[in-house]
Write a protein that binds this ligand. Sequence first.
Ligand code: BGC
Length: 765
Amino acid sequence: MLKYTIGKGNYKNWIIGEDEFSLSEQGKGESVFCLGNGYMGIRSAFEEPYPFQTRGTFVSGCFDRLPDETVELPNAADVCEIRLILDGEYFSMTQGEVSGYQRCLNLYTGELTRSLDWRSPGGKRYRLVFKRAVSHADVHACGMQVEICARDHDAKVQVTSGINGRMTNSGAQHFSDGSKRVLDRQFLYLDQRTVQSGIIFYHCCGSRVVGAKGEVRDFAMERRRILETMDFKAEKGKTVRYEKLAVLYTGRELAEQGEQALQLLARHVRRLVTEGYDALQEKNAACFRSFWEQRDIRIRGENDRIPLALRFAQYHLLAMIPPDSSSSIAAKGLTGEGYKGHVFWDTEVYILPYYLFTAPEKAAQLLEYRINRMGQARENAKKKGYRGLLFPWESTGTGEEETPLFAGMDILTGKAAHVWAGIKEHHITADIAYALWMYRSAAGGRDIEDEEGNLLIVGAALFWMSRSVYVEEKDRYEIRDIIGPDEYTEHVDNNAYSNYMARDTVQKALRLLRGGGGRFVRKAEAYYGETGIAERMETYARKLYLPLPVENPPGILPQNDGFLQKKTLDVAKYRSSAGKQTILKDYSRRQVDQMQVLKQPDVVMLLILLPELFDTGIKWKNWNYYEPKTIHDSSLSRAIYSVAASDCKESREAYECFLHAMDIDMGPNPHSSDQGIHAAAMGGIWLAVVRGFVGLRVLEDCLCIEPCLPEQIQEICFSFIYRGKNIALQLTKEKLMLSSTGDEETPVRIQGRDYRFTHGLEIAM
Ligand code: BGC
């Protein structure tokens, strides 16, 4: 059971913890407490092994594919396993008696600790404290420390630990048995190569014991594993420390190979071991300190868990951002095997806005990841008979479509259920173009001339035109047989979200083509091998069918053709177990498809991405129509309903939805499991507060702030970056204050009125 009251004093609202050990719930803690620095992520499995444990180490962007399987992030060798034998008794929390157990992730310092008192089955008492950190100062390094205090006797301690290359992805082994070495009679080394992609993973670790006597070190080499055993004595009542420092590199970033690589790793580990665990953690904590100095969102309100949730979300958003554009953010970050490390629209729509306002260079990096894969998107479009660019629904290293064809079970047939998303869920192409445009607006149009970005938007527009059919008798274009964001409704015609987003893409492309005095038109036509594209886009934008709100039920925008005529279902039962997709245990996907049942927002998603489309009255009607029909079976759901309610100035519903969104990974019983945390939900927490309650977003030529502060929140303060300027914002029920240090004016629209400010602005609310 997770606890939020553990942090006191300076650490109030900075600590996620648990004060009970649960064998069967380990997966949750492993994900929620996961440590990562964007380069690597290590699931927080306990040091000593237990059943139901899912150990995991993932390196961003290092994919591998086993024959006949989906490409995935391989689970690299584990260095965190540490087995203790204390006076001949094996330490396990399932034996003897455990008291005073507490495990905490300190979000302020980035350190994971576990402390407990153990009475062994033989009646001996020990105090044990375990610490662990994945360094943000040195992305290849991680460290562990175990403090052992034998309470009432002198104890013989044996610690066994090493590098375990026997890890699998749910049974699938991605690594060959590489080479193993003991270097300088002190450091353990193991390398392994991924089976298909041939990426070498280099591991090296070393250890030291502080405060003990009679230390004896021994080594063992086994198949896919190298181990060290340390024997030493712990005097009664004295704390001894075992420390292990490890590094992980891959062949992708190491120029050195063979013996040279090995020496580099040994030097690195030697330095870490000499400095010790505390030094590694101190440098790591310094990175976190400066991160929080800039990014902390201070919220004054009734619920202490809200500031904690924002810290939790930002902690994970930091842990998941890759070092460079060779990879992007996976649906579970680097916290688990879920979705195999694949990248979805989650990144552009749920996560990128956070980076846009806090580290625009990281937002640019995420877009670069897509720009660098335009070639594959072009191939993908061609392969499926379309023009322009079709980005994959699930992307990995290459940018090819990697959505598996089957997943889960169809309750009617007992067979694996067909997944259509990779074949029909095409809105991601519009979402990426939308994100790129938003980035440019936030950057003040500085990159607007960037040709590759322009080509991406034009390519996305060309795709939509070829994806549509011209219906002669209606003299309009329609988009048929598609899947919108709500994956419980498949193979539909004229999904409102997709149609409006397609038009939005085409309108953006047109603006690029019409600007620049025709020079870019020639470039784009040459690039895509087509002529007359601007004229065709103009016709298309005019003639693309855009569903409008109907009269019955009044004001409702149909999610797709025929949606409003489908039967409804009381989804209360499923909403209370939301996130687990329990409806698919009662109905097959095809049956769900025949009902007005939503997994996640679709029309309402559109209303927050293109908020100018409809007035508040229509938006609120649609919210009230669609929300009760939504099971929220996707972690992408609640935060969006919260933002949409804020947009309608319905703060009570916005707050309610936010509380649910916050609990997806941080609730007393989080949905996270052996699969990992939900990356989009982390972005969603930030969106619900910043985009929702504060109402902060970018328009093309200015900032826009439309606050909707719930009754339970008195004040929100934070800093953000806009057009290269650092802007501090303070919002209370009475006023909104903005201040900036630059000398340039910032245009801002607040509650519909335009202002410009240089150093400060105060508006009464
Ligand atoms: C959701 C998608 C999402 C994916 C990855 C699915 O369950 O329906 O919208 O992109 O999970 O998070």
